[in-house]
Design a binder for this molecule. Structure first.
Ligand code: ZN
Length: 282
């Protein structure tokens, strides 16, 4: 089964500020991004995958305000394929009310992004969210890594800051987005130590040298089985991600550099994401 564990829907204008969209375009390696992604466009882009986890993001500090109802309505209309995650901005949203809303709307996980939300990952408000998610078996997708957003504080983005979280909430299932780039080694040693901590490999293939090194390092640390397939659509697509994975050995042609074998590559594409996250019945 092909599962994309990292994708977005949102309306622009509406859910994203002009500043966010302008900064995204300024950093998009020369191509103009279409960031108005209503559900029908998302569904079409996901025609090649069996299941897809989708979320918005709520981060007032960075101009992202995707309502949870928007995600829930989409997920409920395609229950065979679309798994909706809710979002909370612990810096401004009422915590208890928003978490209750996520459960009431039958969303299956929670998206967080401390660098976008301008909050330390172990702030007491964040700890309340983790506690709730552990108790309700809601996996968390956390953007713990860098971003193009100029006002996002890098001091809150280090993956290593999550260690105190997983020590306190050892049953919480959590995915670090994008291998925590550029702190990839930190992410790999963290997920190696903590059984319910995973990372996705989305949106890395367009930095092919970094992606190659990241996956070889993951192999050497023995954590390839903690990596989950994802695209980060609309920033890239599942097809481009698969191409990037199947071309990963490009740098190792005609020399003695290490390689991933074919089985390892296919395991990364067909990662058992729903089992890892306890979402088998989703
Ligand atoms: Zn994303």
């Amino acid at each position: 089964m092909l599962v994309d564990c990292h994708s977005h829907v949102w309306a622009y204008p509406g859910h994203l500020s002009d500043e966010f969209v302008n900064e995204a375009n300024a950093r998009s390696r020369g191509h103009k991004l279409d960031l108005d992604i209503p559900p029908e466009k998302h569904l079409q882009a996901m025609s090649g995958v069996d299941k897809v986890i989708v979320f918005g993001l709520r981060a007032h500090h960075s101009g992202l305000r995707v309502p949870n109802e928007y995600i829930a309505t989409y997920a409920a209309s395609h229950p065979e394929k679309v798994i909706g995650f809710g979002a909370i901005d612990p810096a401004v949203d009422p915590i208890d009310e928003t978490l209750d809303e996520i459960v009431r709307l039958k969303l299956r996980g929670v998206k967080l992004g401390p660098i976008y939300q301008n909050i330390h990952p172990t702030d007491p408000r964040m700890m309340t969210v983790y506690q709730f998610c552990q108790a309700h078996r809601l996996p968390i997708m956390i953007h713990q890594g860098t971003t193009f957003v100029r006002t996002g504080p890098l001091k809150y983005a280090l993956p290593i800051l999550l260690e105190d979280v997983v020590v306190e909430f050892p049953e919480l299932k959590m995915i670090i987005a994008h291998l925590g780039h550029p702190w990839i080694a930190d992410t790999l040693v963290l997920i190696r130590k903590h059984p319910h901590l995973y990372s996705d490999i989305s949106a890395l293939h367009y930095r092919p040298w970094q992606f190659y090194n990241a996956l070889i390092m993951a192999k050497e640390y023995g954590v390839l089985d903690k990596l989950l397939f994802g695209s980060d659509y609309p920033f890239t697509t599942p097809e481009a991600q698969i191409d990037g994975l199947r071309n990963i050995n490009h740098f190792a042609e005609g020399n003695n550099l290490p390689r991933l074998d074919g089985e390892e590559i296919e395991r990364l594409i067909y990662s058992p994401t729903l089992t890892c996250l306890g979402l088998e019945n989703a």
